[in-house]
Design a protein around this ligand. Structure first.
Ligand code: NAD
Length: 480
């Protein structure tokens, strides 16, 4: 199924890896082997960085192309990805358990959308502005491409989270070394095939799958100019430390523990329905922005607990390839163990289990965990403080709006959040008080036209929107 799975895509060609080791990718619902890719080593990474460096340093190369010419190449890449949409979607779903209908949008459609969006933004740009200086002469302020980018992505949305980096980065004129994670490396072969078909110059995108050590080696590589990282907060800290000592620019999209604030005026029949499910348990809870702390007003506490428990119990758990499935398996045995560990902690800490709490009995294969809801959770408990990354919600009571905002903000993280109310103005008032990078009002759907990212331990910098171009540019002033 993956003809290039024994090679690495480096310098515009499929090359024999130096590494002997392989990454075997396991199906999340079947536990069967899906395929394998080379586990890149330091020599492979050196070759990839050298190729990206050569492509960037070529005086007539990618950064020297006009934005309009680069935009044409991005449109071609978007078309090449569209032609592989079904294979990409099925591969990602098989790997990480994201349900196929969600995967079609997130992994199949959005990367092409982002490429076309950034191509459209830069097509007519010169990235050079002439200002009247204070000394009587004009000053040219240029936005120049930053250089070679190390892009490191997790397994939960590998195509989208790569595209959030390469789409603005390529548009800005950077070149890339992409390191996919071991759990979701097969789809990167399909992406490389699209890059080859689109005819991007050799070395503009290079791909080396590998684990933590391979990633750490790339982050510290002398040939890299910028790091764009998505992953856990723990790994993000190590990446930030490595970049700090080299004064290397870095953007970090990290973990979350967002709050869904249900206000006391909410119509629970419409509020605690499908959009609430997407906001809290999208991708089987393996979404960084998921609102996994549900804040319920004391005046309507039992009603909210009933509504959320009923929603969770009514979800269709099953084969992620089946369009009727709402909740698929977790990505790996390791991830399921981790989530089950948190469920045990929740029980041990005395929270009241009102839905799920175990593996669904009907599946003999696959890393399934039933959608789980704990009520009577205190915000100081482990399940309310740490990111679980699975379909596990904690319901926490609050007294009034001020108390709800206080609890929502009492978190190490600040990535997403949502407010559920019949009064939009009131919802806006609450949303403005949340210390978080994004908030949804009666839904939570990331809009690529606006900046996305986190505050506090959820990250540094923003992806999406025109703002993301600045992640891949540096300013230069020429005084005349
Ligand atoms: P992870 O941190 O274990 O790994 C992420 C990637 O970083 C992988 O490719 C991994 O090989 C690599 N890596 C790990 N340690 C590294 C190091 N020291 N140096 C360089 N690279 C290193 O995370 P994961 O388990 O793959 O993904 C889940 C995490 O990602 C969750 O915490 C989730 O919230 C976060 N995430 C955040 C966003 C966001 O936009 N904020 C989006 C999706 C996922």
């Amino acid at each position: 199924m993956y003809p290039h799975q024994d090679s690495l895509f480096i310098g515009g060609a499929w090359v024999t890896p130096h590494a002997q080791e392989k990454i075997t990718v396991i199906g999340s619902s079947t536990e069967a082997v899906l395929g394998s890719v080379p586990h890149g080593d330091e020599k492979d990474m050196d070759a990839a960085v050298a190729a990206a460096r050569a492509a960037f340093d070529d005086p007539d190369g990618w950064p020297a192309w006009s934005p309009a010419r680069r935009a044409e190449a991005l449109y071609r890449l978007a078309d090449a990805l569209d032609r592989r949409k079904e294979d990409i979607t099925r591969t990602v779903t098989a790997q990480n358990g994201m349900t196929i209908t969600v995967c079609e949008q997130v992994e199949g459609m959005l990367p092409g959308t982002l490429l076309r969006y950034y191509a459209g933004l830069v097509r007519d740009e010169s990235f050079e502005e002439v200002r009247q200086g204070m000394l009587g002469s004009p000053v040219h302020v240029r936005r120049e491409p930053l250089g070679v980018v190390a892009a490191i992505v997790p397994w939960n949305a590998p195509q989208l989270l790569s595209a959030t980096k390469y789409a603005p980065g390529l548009a800005a004129g950077c070149t890339f070394v992409l390191k996919p994670s071991p759990e979701a490396a097969l789809d990167s072969i399909l992406f490389a095939e699209a890059v080859a078909e689109a005819g991007l110059p050799a070395g503009v995108i290079n791909i080396v799958p590998g684990g933590r050590e391979t990633g750490a080696y790339l982050v510290s590589h002398p040939g890299v100019d910028k790091v764009a990282f998505t992953g856990s907060t723990a790994a993000g800290r190590r990446v930030a430390e490595a970049c700090a000592s080299r004064l290397r620019p870095v953007t970090l999209e990290l973990g979350g523990k967002s709050a869904a604030i249900v206000l006391d005026d909410a119509d629970l029949d419409t509020a605690i329905a499908e959009p609430f499910f997407f906001a809290t348990m999208l991708a089987n809870g393996q979404a960084c922005f998921a609102s996994t702390r549900v804040l319920a007003p004391q005046s309507r506490y039992d009603e909210v607990v009933d509504a959320v428990a009923t929603l969770a119990k009514g979800l269709t758990v099953g084969d992620p390839m089946d369009p009727a499935t709402q909740v698929g398996p977790l990505a790996s045995a390791r991830q399921r163990d981790r989530v089950e560990g948190y469920i045990e902690k929740g029980k041990a800490e005395g929270s009241r289990l009102v839905a799920g709490g175990s593996r669904p009995a009907e599946f003999s294969h696959g890393y399934y965990v039933a959608p789980t809801v704990f009520a009577d959770v205190d915000n100081s408990q482990v399940i309310a403080r740490e990111e679980i990354f699975g379909p596990v919600l904690s319901i926490i009571g609050y007294t009034d709006e001020t108390d709800a905002v206080r609890i929502a903000n009492d978190s190490e993280f600040g990535l997403g959040g949502s407010v559920w109310t019949a009064d939009e103005e009131r919802g806006m008032r609450v949303a403005r008080q949340l210390r978080t990078g994004t908030v949804g009002l009666n839904h939570y759907t990331v809009d690529p036209a606006a900046p996305f990212g986190g505050v506090k331990s959820s990250g540094l910098g923003r992806e999406f929107g025109p703002e993301a171009l600045l992640n891949y540019q540096q300013l230069k002033s020429i005084y005349r």
